[in-house]
Structures are given as C-alpha cells and as structure tokens.
Design a protein around this ligand. Structure first.
Ligand code: COA
Length: 425
C-alpha cells in the first residue's frame, strides 16, 4: 500500500528533539528522510541519557525511526558540495539549529532558493522575529516563555513545567503541518517557501485557553477556577489553577484506594452537568440532586472544594480502575492517572500501533510510540532508527548518483568523517 507522502524527499538537518519529531512524523507518512549528521558524534542525543553502553540512546532511537543517516562535515568544502547536491534534489529541508547557524554555513534562504526554487525550507527556532530571536532555546525555556509554566501548578506554589514536551515535540508537530501545507501549495505555485515554527508560538497555541481566561479576567472572576469558590481574589494575570479543569465542566484529581503508597492511585473526575444526578446517586448523596445549593451548575461553582471532597470519600473506596468502570456505566467523564509503566503494558495501545516494540541491532528490543494519527490509506510501519552514517554510501550512490571515483574523492577529503589523509600518504 502507498503512503501519503510517497515521492517526497526530505533533507533532515535536525537534532535533539523538536526537529527530529517533525521529520519522524513525515517519515511515517511516507517521506524519504535523509538525516545529515556530523561525522563522529552525529546527533548529540545519540549519546545522551544512555542506558546501554555504546548503543544509541533511547532519546535518539525514539525520535529517529524510518530515517536514513548520512555523515557529512558541513564545514568541509566537499561536504558543502554534497549538501548542495542534496538541496538540489530534496523537496524539503528541515533544520533546528541555533539562530544564524545555517547562514554561517553559507546557506541563506536566498542561496537555497538559487539552488532549488522548489525547496521548502522549514525551521524550528525558539522565538520568532523580535527581541529574543537570537536566543537558543530548549523545551522548558519554551514552556516558560509560551505561557505554560505561569499557568501550571498550584496557586500557592512556583510555576511548574509539564512532562509533556509541548515546546519540542509540540513545535515539531506544528512544523510538520506547515510543511505538508507548503507541499500542497507548491502543487499550484511550483514554488517552495520558508516555513518557521517558533517554540514560543507553538506553546502559546497550546495555551490558547489561558489567553482566553486572561481576557475574561477584565469582566469578572473566573468562576470555574476553585480559587473563586475559596474566596481568593484574582490578580491581573491568569493564575495557576492546580488541577481545575480547563473547560466549563469542573474537574479535579481525586484519591483512590491505595493512594497512601501508590503515587498514581488517583482519578480525574469531571462533574459534567448532564450527569450530575448520576454522580449524586453513585456517591450516595441523592439529596444534592434537588438541593438548591447543588442542583444547578452555577450554584455548585462556589462549593467545588466541598463537592470534590465528598466525591473523594467515594473514590477512596475504589481502585482507580474500579471507579473508572463504575463511572463509565453512567457516562460520567473520568480518567485514571496512568503511570508510564501501566501505559507501556496497556494491551490496546499495542494493538493499535500507538506503542510499538522495535528491534535494534545494538540495543535489542525497546518500546516506542508510533504514529499517533491513523490514516486508513497510509499505514505507518515503524522501522528502527539508523546507525550513524549507515546510509552514507547508499545516498551518495543512489540518491545523488555519484560514481565510485567521486565517492572516493569525497571520502578522501574527510567530508564524510575519518581522518583526512596527509598529502605524503
Ligand atoms: N558539520 C559541521 N558542523 C555542524 C554540522 C555538520 N554536519 N551539524 C552541525 N554543525 C555545527 C553548526 O554549524 C554549528 O556551528 P557554529 O555555531 O560554529 O555555526 C553547531 O554545530 C550547532 O550549533 P547549535 O544548533 O547552535 O547547537 P547547540 O548545541 O549550541 O544548541 C540548541 C542547541 C537546541 C539550543 C540550538 O540548536 C537551538 O536553539 N535550536 C533552535 C531551537 C530548538 O530547536 N530547540 C529545541 C531543541 S530540542
């Protein structure tokens, strides 16, 4: 069966997480992704957070499936020529170097357009144009500058970053969307274009509801925030809301049986208005169905703390899975707090290919996350990440159509790595 992006070739000049997330998604959708890496070390994540000596780290392997790897010294003249040849033949170039790195290599947008007017040149940067555009950025910097940290955590505590990699992987995802749209537009225009995803912008996009709340503050308190019910005044910026639900249906995380020893024995419980009567029945508080202080959503808002404390008396008598089963019988929205261990062992996620087991020649079997979007006509098979430079010769020969003599010349120049032979040798 074909794939959605069959025939699209990508020059993947990315490293760490944000860029590789993007190109991995495109590879799963069928693009031929050629990852250019620095000879010797490659993508820095190959060696970061290593769990097995001398094997590519899970950090690397889980972000670089379905790609080919070529090693190339982009600062060597012959290496630059090879890069230019790749730019001429690829449809898309993706990079997430620090600001100005590609320009310093000599690859300005103007130069890239000269080399290939159909090229889609896509970048992740920490910030868009403005006061911070020259700054290097990692995940948590983006979470802090995009509005996530100031709105995450508890009111009385410091800002908190989230485990979800919304700055890196989130921005990679945004970039992939921009690239696919640019490929589509090129069909009509014949031209490539520049695509930029700034991490601050990507995080802010995911924090859209918090900018919504910022504006609502001008018109009164945010009544669905539990601080309203607690009588705590609002300041002039969207506050941290603990585990309050971000939407119009109040929710909170409640203890379940075993919480004393299991850090994940909790359930997220939403008091959705249409199932209020069912909630009251399940917890044995039927008088609240008609009581004027509890019957209507507006009446409940100032009492959320008390209400959730009462519901928690019930959830603490059940395991999170028992509670989930019972609540779902009544269509009450809820979700057990699943640990990574439980998710890794979840059978249904294996069956859908969301969690896949991959075999790697150096590290053996490991788990990864497959394509989280399922396309009925474009199945995503997860292929192990490439070893460093595994496809160097193949790419020079089959993609760039260089003959053996030329490949030897390039090798001898040191552009592919290894020691450059001395003149006397
Ligand atoms: N051959 C030769 N040199 C190479 C090379 C190759 N194949 N690949 C990379 N390099 C060089 C570059 O030319 C550059 O050198 P220069 O500074 O002398 O011009 C250097 O390696 C890479 O620089 P940089 O990207 O700034 O790396 P860094 O490790 O200092 O910074 C980041 C890492 C992530 C902070 C930075 O890349 C960044 O801000 N990226 C944009 C935002 C982003 O994606 N952040 C999230 C990452 S998950």
């Amino acid at each position: 069966m074909g794939k959605a992006l069959d025939g699209i070739r990508i020059l993947d000049f990315t490293h760490v997480q944000s860029g590789p997330t993007c190109t991995q998604l495109l590879a799963w959708l069928g693009a031929d992704v050629i990852k250019v890496e620095r000879p010797g070390t490659g993508d820095v994540t190959r060696g970061q957070l290593r769990d097995i000596p001398n094997a590519d780290s899970l950090y690397f392997t889980m972000l670089n499936h379905n790609k080919r790897s070529i090693t190339l010294d982009a600062k060597n003249a012959q290496g630059k020529d090879v890069l230019e040849a790749l730019m001429r033949t690829c449809d898309v170039m993706v990079e997430n170097f620090g600001p100005g790195v590609l320009d310093r290599m000599g690859f300005t947008w103007e130069r890239i357009q000269e080399l290939n007017p159909r090229m889609i040149y896509a970048s992740v940067k920490g910030f868009g144009p403005g006061p911070y555009e020259d700054c290097k950025v990692y995940e948590n910097v983006a979470q802090c500058t995009g509005g996530a940290a100031s709105t995450t955590g508890f009111r009385n505590g410091p800002p908190v970053v989230t485990g979800a990699q919304i700055g890196d992987s989130g921005t990679g995802l945004h970039l992939a969307l921009g690239i696919v749209a640019a490929i589509y537009q090129r069909v009509a225009t014949g031209r490539g274009q520049r695509v930029l995803a700034a991490m601050q912008d990507g995080v802010l996009n995911l924090c859209r509801v918090k900018l919504r709340d910022q504006q609502r503050l001008a018109h009164g308190p945010l009544t669905e925030y539990s601080q309203y019910g607690e009588g705590v005044a609002f300041g002039d910026a969207t506050p941290r809301a603990g585990n309050d639900s971000g939407g119009g249906q109040p929710g909170w995380i409640l203890k379940c049986k075993g919480w004393e020893s299991d850090p994940n024995a909790y359930i997220y419980f939403i008091t959705q208005a249409p199932v209020w009567a069912a909630i009251c029945k399940v917890i044995g508080q039927e008088d609240w169905i008609t009581h004027p202080d509890y019957a209507k959503p507006d009446a409940r808002l100032p009492r959320l703390k008390e209400i959730f404390a009462r519901i928690e008396q019930w959830t603490m008598t059940k395991t999170k899975f028992e509670a989930m089963d019972i609540l779902n019988e009544y269509d009450i929205p809820c979700g057990p707090i699943l640990s990574m261990k439980e998710i890794a062992e979840e059978k249904s996620l294996r069956e859908t290919g969301t969690i896949v087991e991959v075999d790697h020649p150096k590290r053996g079997k490991y788990l990864s996350v497959g394509l989280p979007v399922k396309l009925s006509d474009s199945p995503a098979d997860v292929v192990r990440s490439p070893l460093l430079g595994e496809h160097t010769e193949e790419i020079l020969r089959d993609v760039l159509r260089f003959d053996a003599k030329k490949i030897e010349e390039i090798k001898a120049s040191g552009a592919l790595g290894g020691a450059k032979p001395m003149a006397a040798e």
